[in-house]
Design a protein around this ligand. Structure first.
Ligand SMILES: *Cc1c(COP(=O)(O)O)cnc(C)c1O
Length: 400
């Protein structure tokens, strides 16, 4: 079976050009960037180049605004914890109910362990933020507002530039988890009021375990990982040079393929979506379809389980993902779809297809050939499917 990978919001394939850029830094240029000899110097230059490549992709003003970390999760944790420690008298965090666990689970922990007040701003049925509630939550107690640039499940894009300005009016810092947005939508951070931004290598064809935190010049940062003086004392630990070089190369390639992402990749996504909507009844696209990442489609199929769809897609060689976290052993729909109040009967059968520049028309054809049959078979077995497009009244219509 020809494999079709449509789970690029979970992780991406490392680009062969990224691998090629990394290879010399394992066996040839293996020095420690902090060393005072030629081996160290060779590596120091590569570190600087990578920093400039990431700076350029983000449209940041200075290369030293980029701090390399172990990934999106560490960047998110660093931003929030630092904000709490650098602003006396400000002890509240504003975030949203649809963030990645890297933010939400940290906030839960801070709330329980330190009594930090967390405002989790809700979204409407398209996943758009309740701006009025966000405005009202901001106060002289707010340390930081953290809102993702784009949602990983639905692709919905948030108005982070405006949200950053509102945060500043209240004297608070603004952070954005841009892990899904970087490389997919153009950004010029120098022209925004965003103070901190998280990105992750493995969501843009670089390796796993490398990421960056952008910290605007002048914003105080309290290190999360303490030790040596690497990264100007802001993130300790010997730099993972091969991965840093890979992230730099991936940033350069992402800038070059941004146009392709906005046109060809988006067209593939739109064709898949239109094809499914035309051939399968009782399904809906979730998220803000007018304001979405170009690569993401989240489709909710009524009256069937997302896990079952994934298993049958997998048999056809197709990799996608479902909204519910089957790993947790629960069949609760994802917190994102719940926050959007997507009807339970549909949220349960939500499937996310996420594209990258590596996908082709053939991929779309293969999925379109498989999906209608899979959905029909599963619905034929579903006790909740009445055959007339209506879910049975027995199908639990509410969330736990
Ligand atoms: C993947 C992801 C993360 C986590 O990044 P890692 O590098 O895997 O730690 C954080 N936020 C969002 C929105 C993500 O999609």
């Amino acid at each position: 079976m020809r494999p079709v990978y449509l789970d690029n919001n979970a992780t991406t394939r490392v680009d062969p050009q990224v691998v090629a850029a990394m290879l010399p830094f394992f066996t040839e240029h293996f020095g420690n960037a902090s060393s005072m000899h030629a081996f160290g110097a060779a590596v120091g230059g590569a570190l600087k180049t990578a920093r400039q490549q990431v700076q350029s992709l983000l449209g940041a003003e200075f290369d030293h605004e980029i701090i390399f970390t172990s990934g999106g999760t560490e960047s998110d944790n660093t931003a929030l914890l630092s904000a709490l420690e650098t602003q006396a008298g400000r002890d509240e965090i504003i975030t949203t109910s649809v963030e990645h666990p890297a933010i939400l689970s940290l906030c839960d922990h801070l709330e329980k362990s330190r009594g930090v007040k967390i405002h989790r701003i809700g979204v409407d049925s398209r996943g758009c933020l309740d701006i009025e509630a966000y405005r009202k939550a901001l106060s002289s107690r707010t340390a930081i507002a953290s809102v993702m640039w784009a949602n990983n499940e639905t692709g919905t894009v948030f108005p982070v530039e405006t949200l950053a300005e509102l945060a500043h009016e209240a004297g608070a810092l603004f952070h954005t988890d841009a892990v899904q947005a970087v490389g997919k939508i153009p950004m010029t951070l120098a022209k925004t009021e965003i103070d901190m931004l998280s990105l992750s290598g493995h969501k843009l064809h670089a390796p796993k375990g490398i990421g960056a935190l952008y910290v605007r010049r002048g914003v105080r940062l309290r290190p999360f990982v303490r030790g040596g003086h690497q990264e100007r004392g802001r993130r300790a630990g010997t730099e993972n040079i091969p991965a840093v070089v890979g992230l730099g190369k991936a940033a350069e390639l992402a800038a070059l393929s941004m146009n392709d992402e906005q046109t060809r990749v988006k067209a593939l996504r739109d064709r898949l979506e239109a094809g499914i909507l035309a051939s399968v009844g009782n399904c809906m696209v979730t998220g803000d379809v007018d304001n979405r990442l170009p690569n993401t489609s989240n489709i909710a199929f009524e009256c069937i389980e997302g896990e079952a769809i994934l298993l049958l897609l997998n048999k056809e060689g197709i990799a996608a993902s479902s909204g519910s976290a089957c790993t947790s052993g629960s069949l609760e729909p994802s917190h994102v779809l719940r926050a959007m109040n997507i009807p339970y009967t549909a949220a349960h059968g939500a499937i996310r297809f996420s594209f990258s520049r590596e996908n082709t028309e053939q991929d779309v054809e293969q999925v379109l050939a498989a999906v209608p049959g899979i959905i029909a078979n599963l619905r034929a077995m579903s006790p909740f499917w009445q055959g007339d497009g209506q879910a049975s009244a027995d199908f639990n219509p509410t969330y736990a």
